[in-house]
Design a binder for this molecule. Sequence first.
Ligand code: AMP
Ligand code: MG
Length: 415
Amino acid sequence: MLPVQQAESIILDLAQPLDKELDIEVIDLLSATGRILAAPVTSQLDFPHWDNSAMDGYAVLYTDVQACSEEQPAILDIIEEIPAGYQPQKTIQSGQAARILTGACMPGGADTVVMQEHTKREGNQVLILQAPKPQAFVRHRASYYQAGMPLLYPGIQLTAPEIAVLAAAQCTQLTVYRRPKVAILSTGDELVTPDQPLQPGQIVDSNQYALTAFVTLSGAVPLPLGIVPDEPEALEKAIASAIASADIVLSTGGVSVGDYDYVDRILEELGAQIHIRSVAVKPGKPLRVATFPRESGHQVLYFGLPGNPVSALVSCWRFVQPALKKLSGLPQEVWQPKFVQAIARHNLKSDGRRESYLWGQLRLVEGSYEFHLSGGSHSSGNLINLAQTTGLAVVPVGQTFIPSGELVQVLVVGC
Ligand code: AMP
Ligand code: MG
């Protein structure tokens, strides 16, 4: 049994990011949500695109207004009105001003904007009642971003703000990593699909659905390959086809020490290198991690997860997700598992022999995290109270009890 940390570091070493040159595709901005940039993006536009006004007011020459006051206002002729979207036609000379609105282009000659509140309009003239600072309220061209500089970098996941930046920068064709493909296999003679009538002794293959959801929410493409009976030939065929079609394979079941647990044997027969056989974690002890070499490109990473639905998902959250995200091209600060310290709101128990993960809800209460243990049985056979899990409280090896009110490490569960 490997300690959790050791298993984690082996898995993360095995999960190598997709290739920046081979594993990419060019996609349109409209379908880029959630995707990960594989190349830097550069815009041909300056930001702001031109000098513009940050206020409703008057565009002036600073030297005309620098000494004015309420008692001795500067009186300027208004020669043009510049709303947003309008291209100024005139150049401001000494003694002149242009009425300007927020976001509108600065006219030639003017270098300063006087806010409306410090002015008084009288017909075609404006009285400037207070001296502004030089260059006040002018947003200078290229002061936010200069055309040709890198705008966004590889490894950035495209969410609403990045999509906004790219749209504004007119970058509509993007080079992103392809989404990793994850094959999902459920092994077990007792399994039926959710739409089949249940005979005594049978169990619904919830893992196929749970793992499909997990993979999708992790930004990868699930390939649900269905139920495979506990027969070596069928299993071998299914695993061979899974490794031929995916970057990662997740199988559930068949990794315990039961008479029908054939996964190990088949992995070896198919030429896998097995890196992990079991981990000192509860739930999820019988975890197989193997790799299959591939002639070109990436090796295939195989996770043989326990069949138990709770164990399978806990293993996914703890071990598969960071590996999957690393492989997807995300940077370490994003793929590494996120732990927070929380106040336990219930007593947390473990046998102390393995690192135990107890499922429940992580809540932010008045600025502090709290961990609320899910009610009901914490047997790995009980799937029902796994719903609404947002955190897994960790009871370390050697510790059997964390009393309510004490601090506990909690793994943040995002999907
Ligand atoms: P195994 O790891 O194959 O020994 O399975 C452990 C337990 O998990 C057994 O009670 C199985 O019936 C159950 N189980 C196995 N595979 C699945 C699955 N795909 N969906 C739901 N339960 C499963
Ligand atoms: Mg089984």
